[in-house]
Design a protein around this ligand. Sequence first.
Ligand code: ZN
Ligand code: ZN
Ligand code: ZN
Length: 262
Amino acid sequence: MKTGTVTVLGSGTSMGVPTIGCECEVCRSTDPHDRRTRPSVMIEWDDRRIMIDSGPDFREQAIREKINRLDAVIYTHGHADHILGLDDLRPLTYPRVTAGKRVPLYARPETARIIRSVFKYVFDDDYKYGGIAKVQLHEIHGPFDVHGLTITPIPVMHGDTEIIGYRVGRFAYLTDFSDIPESSMAMLKGVEVIFLDALRHEPHPTHSTVANSLRLAGIIGAEQTYFTHICHDLGHAATNKMLPPGVQLAHDGLRVTINLES
Ligand SMILES: [Zn+2]
Ligand SMILES: [Zn+2]
Ligand SMILES: [Zn+2]
């Protein structure tokens, strides 16, 4: 069996936990599991390493996980909590690390458009001030290949906008959704480890709740389900106690072995 490892770089919602200015119990918690940076994961196999999204906390995450090399970043959508760490990819894109090759980024056309507009200077051949990330942005229209690994975009509804999660082998990562269409549920057959958005208990227009993601986890039937994109309503220890076997809140720094066989 070809295996890999997924490392949770960040398990928090867009504002992170603790949330600035908040004094709720979870924001004041001394349990390190209650410190959630913005959502992203890293997948490693053989000597390869890719990330799903590069959020605003990427620099801290990279230092924490001692990331010294990166083969690609694949993006789910263009929201700030998923792309704003792009500039901090810089040291991992410099020729001494990449032997002169640009680090590839993969995104759907609408996400690529946002990335090009937010990071205009990175893609501007006339930019003269140096110090920019040496990246190459590829637009994806379906499954694609990174160093021999097939990566399949899984469309999900994030409010009324369709964005994507990803499936790799028997692992899937679906951050930021309020609903998963039937056609995408069919693409999750046989998944063994899955990450699902579970923002909080209260309904939200663009994110899933704990109850909704529990329902979906039951239908998907993965051996292990992790919830992510978590806000300060959910304390790590207390919430995990009430979740059924096979379902847990993710936390920053969590590492899970995944099956990469298709
Ligand atoms: Zn998000
Ligand atoms: Zn709080
Ligand atoms: Zn979003």
